[in-house]
Design a protein around this ligand. Structure first.
Ligand SMILES: C[S@@+](CC[C@H](N)C(=O)[O-])C[C@H]1O[C@@H](n2cnc3c(N)ncnc32)[C@H](O)[C@@H]1O
Length: 268
């Protein structure tokens, strides 16, 4: 296929990517037929997958609103994705124009498109990075310039840790990010799970191996462990629609059908 103008040179047009599949599911425009084809196959096994991804994006917005209202004005958003509705800098800067955001993603399309929409915004940048390599992210001049780790910061890990295999030690990576954060900082994590899901979800998980970032489904206890001893805010680590919904009717009849957990914790 021909490379569209928004896609950077050198990307593999014949292989689906996690960020573009997610973009498709949340209603974005930056995906190829090969991504949509994979999305449709995944949907055959897990019909609620699009709903789960939209629930994830909705939770991101609620978390950023909560944090901005709590006085947080700096955000490190890891696995930030292709910009779409409700980007962190838009939600945060609408409430506090001084809010600063560093986006990090491993996918060149996500990075290129983020660069394009952030042009002219001197309080938000994107860097190419791997969440499994926190040192590189923390020592990046852009991160050092925009974020002050001596003050409370929000570390956002929404929908990304399930792309990090055990061999890359996601727990150690999160631990390093939490270690450098000042007291009063927050971390939010959402993570895909097979808990309570139909067996077919494992077929969908296998399909994700067609991208360069295969999904690893983890159980509640393991995901809870990423928060270490930070204090989980109410309602704890829950299925996504249950995390501080804007309206009770947003929760739906069966929130447990959402194939992911989410939570927000604060460093004491
Ligand atoms: C499901 S999207 C989540 C986007 C956004 N955080 C949200 O919650 O709406 C996951 C993103 O993580 C990125 N990603 C996957 N593995 C990564 C890694 N090891 N380091 C950084 N980003 C990664 C993908 O490229 C994709 O853009």
């Amino acid at each position: 296929m021909t490379r569209p103008s928004w896609a950077p040179e050198g990307i593999d047009l014949d292989r689906p990517s996690a960020s573009r599949v997610y973009d498709y599911f949340v209603g974005g425009m930056h995906n190829f037929e090969i991504d949509r084809e994979l999305a449709r196959m995944i949907e055959q096994f897990t019909p609620n997958v699009a709903e789960t991804m939209r629930a994830n994006r909705d939770m991101l917005r609620r978390v950023v609103r909560y944090l901005t209202d709590a006085g947080i004005d700096q955000f490190l958003d890891l696995g930030s994705g292709i910009p779409t509705v409700g980007n962190v800098h838009e939600v945060a800067q609408a409430r506090n124009p001084e809010a600063r955001v560093v986006y990090v993603d491993i996918d060149p399309v996500a990075v290129a498109h983020s660069q394009a929409i952030l042009a002219g915004n001197d309080r938000a940048i994107v860097i190419a990075g791997d969440v499994a390599d926190p040192e590189a992210i923390l020592s990046d001049p852009g991160t050092k310039d925009l974020l002050d780790f001596n003050r409370p910061v929000a570390v956002l890990l929404l929908g990304v840790l399930h792309f990090v295999p055990d061999s890359a030690d996601p727990a150690a990576a999160v631990s390093r990010l939490l270690e450098v954060a000042a007291p009063g900082s927050y971390v939010s994590i959402t993570h895909a799970t097979a808990d309570g899901q139909p067996a077919e979800v494992l077929e969908a998980q296998k399909l994700s191996g067609r991208t360069s970032t295969e999904i690893v489904l983890r159980g509640k206890d393991e995901i809870a462990g990423y928060f270490q001893d930070w204090t989980l805010l109410e309602p704890g680590l829950v299925h996504l629609p249950l995390w501080r919904p804007d309206n009770p009717e947003d929760v739906g009849a069966n929130p447990e059908a959402s194939g992911a957990y989410g939570g927000l914790a604060q460093k004491g």
